[in-house]
Structure formats: C-alpha cells, structure tokens
Write a protein that binds this ligand. Structure first.
Ligand code: GLN
Length: 494
C-alpha cells in the first residue's frame, strides 16, 4: 500500500486487521511525512524512536489477536499533554527543559490501546489564542494555501493538531478546547474537531489553562475517526475529581446514519452583524441537509449568548492567573539568571517576565485584577452569574425537546498570519464568539467540514449537543459529513 499516512483511522484499523499493512509501515509513512513538513511547523518535538518501538509492539499485539481500535494507529499529541520523558511545554518558554515524570490519563489511555506516539504538536502558549501565533516555537502555517501565496493561520490554540491532521502527518491528534481550541482549528483546516462534555475526558496530566472550562478531545479526518478516538481517550479517572463516573459508550455503534425525528435548534442570537454572507448561506444549506435527512429544524432563543464572550474573557483569565501562579522558577522548567543582590522575589519576577509571552502576561494581569478584593464582585462574580444564565438557556432549549443546536463554528475562514500582533487583542477574542458559549455550559460540540469558501478555504459548521450525548452528536455530524461530501485536501506545497 502507498500513501499510508493518508489513511483514516478506521481505514488503517481495517487494513491492519486484514494484514494489508503493518503498524511499522504506517508509522514510517507518517515519520517521512513529518520530516518533510518543516514549513508547516506543526510538530515541535518528534519522537521517532518511541514511535518505532510502539509500532513494533502494536504489530505483535495485532498478531496475537488482541488488538484494540487504536492499536497501531500513529497519532500526534498537543504539547500541553504530559508525556513521560518527552518535552511538554504547553508552547511556553517558562517550561523549557521540563520533562514530565508522569503520563496524562488521556495519552496513557491511548498507549494502553496500542496507539503510536509520533511527537508533540504546536499550540498557543498555555492554550491562550486563536491562531497558534502565541507560541515559543513560532506560528503553525495552515496547509491550505491559495493562489495568493499568503500564509494563513491553522487556527488556535490547537493549530498544530489541526494542521498535522489536514496535511496527513498523522492519522489523528489529541487537542484541548477551553473556549473553542478544538473546533475553530478544525473548521480552519477542513478537519473534524470534537470537544466532549466537561468531565468526559480526564484532565489529569493536561497542563491547565482554565480548569472549569478545559476539556480534551480529538481532531481527526472523519467523524467516524472522532468516535473511535474519543472512545479511547475517555475514561473515568480517580485522579481527576471532575471526571464523570459514567461508563464510556461505544461511540462508533452510535453512527447509525438515521437522524429521523431529531430536533435541531437554530439560535436566533447567533445571527450576528458582520457574519459573512457565505457563512450565513452555508448555515441555511446545512439546516436544509438536516431536514432532507428527516430531522426537524426549529428556531430557538439563547437570550444570554451575547454575554458569553465577555463572561469567558473574565472567567478564563481569572482561572489562568491562579493556575499559572505555580510557575515561579522553583518547581518546573526554567529559572531566570539572577544578579548578585537578587532574592526570591526578584527570582519570581525575572523568571515570569522572561518565561511568559505577552498574551499570557496580559491574561495573568486581567485575571488577577478581576479577582482582586475591590473588583471581585463587579467582574468575576458577575461573570459567574452570567455563566449560570447561559447554562440555563441551554437547559431550557434541551428541555423543550431540542436534540442539538446548529451554528457556524467561526465567523470567517482562516485569516492571514500576522493578525495576532496588530495591537488589538480583542479582535482575536472575537473569533471565539460562536465557540465559547458551550464551554461555559460544559456541553459537547463538534465542528464538521462543510465546504470551501469562494476563495477556496475550508468552512466548518458546529453542532452543540446535550450533555453526555456525544453518540447522538456524532451521528448527526456524520449525517452532515455524508450530505456535504467534503473530500477536498490541501494541495501539497510544503
Ligand atoms: N481562543 C480562546 C482563548 O484564547 C480559546 C482557547 C482554548 O480553547 N484553549 O482563550
């Protein structure tokens, strides 16, 4: 078989089972693809020796007849997942030199199934950003390039994961979504991105951004692959007290193709000013596809959705400022060079000043401010109240019988690189207008590639599900995937 790196997870699993290929061959194909992909800057720490060893073990397991769904499947891992002995920096200078002594539960679950570790993937520093430009490794470039030659973002913060999957450097990738970082990069690269219900996947060993919002999930080439990979990543975990004590269902079995009678809500408040007419039309066409497949499409109202972005940009920095307090030059990673008269305070200050990038420093300052005694009620407490109202909006929609909510993933297609440093950080925050709402409510969501825009860049649509209904959500998403028939791939230029 040739071009093994271009296989889907399901395709590779079947080929492995039939003996048409081996995990070693699959892995070598991915390693070659990664070696030739430097211009994308998607992989930032490669682990070829580990990959070859794991692939050989996977082949032995397949031969012995006890393969799991992910056995022998080469994957990439977002930098913020701790992988024992492998640099895990969350794309921050402050974690330079940090080699975890322990393994995140998500990656351990994947290795337990026999998946193969190819390396670490680029991201925004600590997950803060929407373009993978806030990274100590430099920006990831979107594999989709137009005739204009302009380099575009692969989205963020999981831009490395999305670019790697879109460019066939790996068969699937782990990612995290605090305010959209799985779904937005998936939409920008023509891939599938699934953010599970809060608590479905363990956060243990995942370098924290905002603990009440963070959740890991897969970025894959197809909806079926997302089902397979989520099944491997999810678990009940005593090491994460917010991990839900619920059995992990067989998500692939939920892909029945039958969505008749499902009720899909279109939130009125998502029809914002400035939404491109192309995305608006795509939204209507997608609703039409669901109707043609036998679903009922209804208008719904999420009256507090318009406050989601400001509430998110108070709560996320507040939690981040607390989570990031542990990086002080004592316990992990890098310590600044100190001068003769420097004491412990100077060590903290110098280490944090040179270790954190500008966006992270901004968030720490905003977070500290909104949590300070004088402003706590005015900002943080108010944002928490808004969060409760946003959650109630969703509860009411689902109580009225809605099974899922349909909205665009992003207000535009991937934008040119360089936008992060234009001086107005709020412009970047506006990218998250459609994604952050569900994080505040703890809900699952998936972005499905639906087509190309006039210029030829991918566009995604998002489905938001009921809590714990990843199976139903994946089934709806697959019906859209089938109806849209999106098979385009980026032309290889790197
Ligand atoms: N872009 C959002 C932020 O910067 C979301 C990031 C994420 O989901 N990790 O906070």
């Amino acid at each position: 078989m040739s071009d093994l790196n271009k296989l889907t997870i399901a395709g590779a699993r079947d080929a492995l089972a039939k003996g048409e290929t081996t995990a070693v061959e699959l892995t070598e194909a991915c390693i070659s693809a990664i070696d030739a992909s430097g211009a994308l800057n998607a992989f930032v720490h490669n682990t070829p020796d580990m990959a070859r060893e794991m692939a050989a073990a996977a082949d032995a397991r397949i031969k012995a007849g006890n393969a799991a769904p992910m056995t022998g499947i080469p994957v990439g891992v977002k930098d913020l997942f701790c992988v024992k002995g492998v640099p895990s920096q969350s794309a921050s200078r402050i974690l330079e030199g940090f080699l975890p002594q322990y393994e995140s539960t998500v990656t351990q679950n994947l290795w337990d199934q026999g998946a193969v570790m190819l390396g670490k993937l680029n991201q925004d520093e600590f997950g803060m950003g929407s373009s993978t430009e806030n990274s100590v490794y430099g920006a990831t470039v979107n594999p989709w390039k137009l005739g204009d030659g302009v380099e575009r973002t692969a989205g963020g913060s999981s831009g490395g994961s999305a670019a790697a999957v879109a460019a066939d450097l790996c068969l699937g990738a782990t990612a995290t979504d605090t305010g959209g970082s799985i779904r937005q990069p998936a939409a920008f690269t023509g891939t599938v991105g699934l953010r599970p219900t809060y608590g479905r996947v363990s956060r243990w060993g995942v370098i924290a951004y905002a603990s009440s919002l963070d959740q890991a999930g897969p970025i894959t080439k197809t909806v079926r692959d997302a089902a397979i990979m989520l099944g491997a990543m999810a678990s009940v975990d005593a090491k994460d007290s917010t991990s839900a004590d619920r059995p992990v269902p067989d998500y692939e079995a939920a892909l029945t193709g039958d969505i008749r009678g499902k009720k899909i809500g279109i939130p009125r408040e998502y029809r914002i000013d400035g939404l491109s007419d192309e995305i608006d039309r795509l939204w209507n066409r997608t609703a039409e596809m669901l109707r043609d497949a036998g679903a009922e499409v209804v208008d719904i109202s999420l009256p507090h959705a318009k406050y989601a972005l400001p509430a998110y940009y108070v709560i996320a920095p507040a939690e981040a400022s607390s989570n990031l307090a542990r990086y002080d030059g004592v316990r992990y990673g890098r310590r600044a060079k100190l001068g003769a008269g420097d004491g412990v305070v100077e060590m903290y200050e110098k280490t944090r000043a040179e270790g954190f990038g500008p966006e992270v420093q901004r968030r720490v300052m905003i977070g500290t401010y909104v949590l300070s005694a004088g402003f706590y009620d005015a900002y943080y407490n108010r944002a928490r109240k808004v969060r409760a109202l946003i959650k109630r909006d969703f509860d009411q929609a689902y109580a009225s019988g809605v099974d899922a909510i349909l909205a665009p993933t992003t207000p535009s297609a991937a934008f040119p690189l360089g936008s992060a440093n234009k001086g107005n950080p709020v412009e970047m925050y506006l990218n998250d207008v459609f994604t952050v709402t569900l994080n505040l409510a703890g809900l699952p969501g998936i972005s499905v590639p639906m087509g190309l825009d006039r210029q030829g860049m991918p566009l995604g649509m998002q489905l938001i599900g009921r809590p714990w209904d990843e199976g139903g959500l994946l089934n709806l998403a697959q019906s859209l995937e089938t109806a849209a028939g999106f098979t385009a791939k980026p032309a290889r230029w790197w």
